[in-house]
Design a protein around this ligand. Sequence first.
Ligand SMILES: [Fe+2]
Ligand SMILES: [Fe+2]
Length: 327
Amino acid sequence: MSALTKAGLKLPFSPTMQKETTRLLTRAFQQVRINGFLPTDEIRSHVRQTVDFLLHNRHAISLLADIHENDDETYVHSANTMFMAAAFAIRHQMEDAECFRWALAALLHDVGKTRIPEHILKKPGPLDLLEWEVMHQHPIYGFQILRKSPDPEIHGLAAQVAVEHHERLNGSGYPHHLGLDAVHPVSRSLMVLDIYEALTGHRVYRARSSPRKVIHYLMNDYSDRVSVPVILELASMVGIFPVGTFVENEDGEILMIQKYEDAENYRGEMTVLKIFGPGKKILPRPQKRKIPNLDPTTILRTYDYRAVGLTQEQWEYLMGGGAPGIT
Ligand SMILES: [Fe+2]
Ligand SMILES: [Fe+2]
């Protein structure tokens, strides 16, 4: 299997597996439109194959920066979201069965769009107020469709994720204005993958954005609506390390990225705080350092601020450029 070429960041399976998934979804969603039921067995075996592929080709997970083809948007979007959700779960070392549930829920999260009229779904421009109202029903439609499935994982987790994936922090989302604490952890992560996929993908009414731009947008303009730790996990999954990320390098040092010379693109000379020295030895005080860049292939793993013993306040203080001296 070919590794990524630095410029392309192409997934080795993108042309074939993504097309297969898209074809399967086209048929499945058509069936939902006609008789209201999903071809469950076919979907399960396809998701199983995809998750198995990713489990046995773990290096492919880091190559998710570009998985787009110009095809029917909802299907491509759902297929890509599934790849990302499976990869996300695998990176978190979840059990195989759990990775499967994440992938299945991700693949079906927008199934409610089968009940949205085509002229709204495929409108080549922004929707008006009334059209948005119709569009905002798709999580509820999805829930209704998936609840009818006899498959416990579909009428359970997948249905819940379908209805919750547009909820946002402090109840600013829809349809039930639940807030992040009230939704399932899979929904909390999937909503970030969903936005990332939608913005990096091609849409009829706007050009796609680069992964770096989208991560920057999520961190700077959207972090009051979704989970910041999830944004950071997603970023490291696609090989981007925004300010606030804790990375472990090959020497076992843990560094927090504090500043980039080119802040918008996360490029150029970086200021990092060394929290743990070689061999993960904790330092009495974090040390500030400047490094020319970070080679993603030398990063063994990334951490949440809690995993390095910081409170959210301390972490935010450091992200904002605060000086070392935390206790
Ligand atoms: Fe959606
Ligand atoms: Fe979506």
